[in-house]
Design a protein around this ligand. Structure first.
Ligand SMILES: Nc1ncnc2c1ncn2[C@@H]1O[C@H](COP(=O)(O)OP(=O)(O)OP(=O)(O)O)[C@@H](O)[C@H]1O
Length: 264
């Protein structure tokens, strides 16, 4: 489903602030893989998601999504394959627009321009049903401006919008990190449900080791711009945070350092 082959990316090359952010990164995902990603500060987690999304060109390597070589495709063309949810609940939705207008935008993604904008009654019924699945009471607030919603409600709506057109690949970039623990747990549960219902292939960056262990069928750990641990199946199910830290130090030859990782 996704193949990253020998990806290299250096920021500010040949300058004092040169940074090798991706360093021969290789990753292959099967259809339906839900992979959690952890790693210390500057390990390259967000850079990997940016490389997949096409935020900037990579220096070397190949990116294949569902059999299509997208390495040279610009970001807006790759967006058709991808759904992405960021850490900041303000980024995925348009605050000045109503909930139903936001959903309609997501629904019309990838369709040709010139389409009439009006939202039909049939669509409204569909949106209500969709919003009901969030269990946040939003189905009665279709005409409310998104700016009035809480961070958790916005993130849940963003998740719904990012997956409405069943993307080939869902990228979750610390999408619960800015939420309080209870809301974060709810949005994570919703993520699990949506991924399972649609059989999506997903990558989720998290700084919470327990979440990384509890969610998905596969866990990867990054260090210095490449993957140093790849744990799946039964081995992942039995994993503890202590195991993970131990495995990290064996694989990297150093202690796990992160100012944001939640170990407990
Ligand atoms: N646009 C950029 N310009 C310059 N340097 C960058 C850019 N994006 C990332 N970097 C650098 O590349 C390295 C990898 O960054 P990245 O954001 O991928 O790390 P991360 O694993 O997501 O870390 P964190 O958990 O701290 O967010 C870091 O040293 C970072 O400073």
């Amino acid at each position: 489903m996704l193949e990253l082959k020998e990806i290299y990316k250096t920021f500010n090359p040949n300058s004092p602030s040169e940074k090798k952010a991706l360093n021969g990164l290789n990753l292959k995902l099967e259809q339906g893989d839900f992979v959690t990603i952890i790693g210390g500060n500057g390990a390259g987690k967000s850079t990997m998601l940016n490389a997949i999304s096409g935020v900037w060109p990579i220096d070397r390597g190949k990116i294949i999504i569902d059999g299509v070589n997208v390495t040279k495709l610009p970001e807006h063309k790759r967006a058709l394959y991808l759904g992405r949810v960021f850490q900041d609940p303000m980024t995925g939705t348009a605050a000045d627009m109503e909930i139903e207008e936001n959903l309609a935008l997501a629904y019309r993604r990838g369709q040709s321009r010139g389409l009439r904008w009006g939202i039909t009654q049939k669509e409204r019924v569909e949106y209500k049903e969709l919003l009901k699945t969030l269990d946040l009471g939003l189905e009665t607030r279709l005409r409310a401006k998104v700016g009035l919603l809480s961070g958790g409600q916005r993130q849940a709506l963003t998740l719904l919008m990012a997956t409405l057109k069943k993307p080939k690949l869902l990228l979750l970039d610390e999408h619960t990190a800015a939420l309080d623990p209870k809301t974060a747990a709810k949005v994570l549960e919703l993520s699990d449900r949506i991924i399972a219902e649609h059989g999506l292939t997903a990558l989720m960056v998290t700084h919470n080791m327990k979440d990384a262990i509890a969610h998905g069928n596969r866990l990867i750990m990054m260090s210095d711009g490449r993957i140093i641990l790849d744990i799946k199946g039964e081995e992942k199910k039995k994993l503890t945070v202590e195991d993970l830290l131990q495995k990290f130090s064996v694989a990297s030859g150093s202690e796990f350092v992160s100012d944001r990782a939640l170990l407990g």
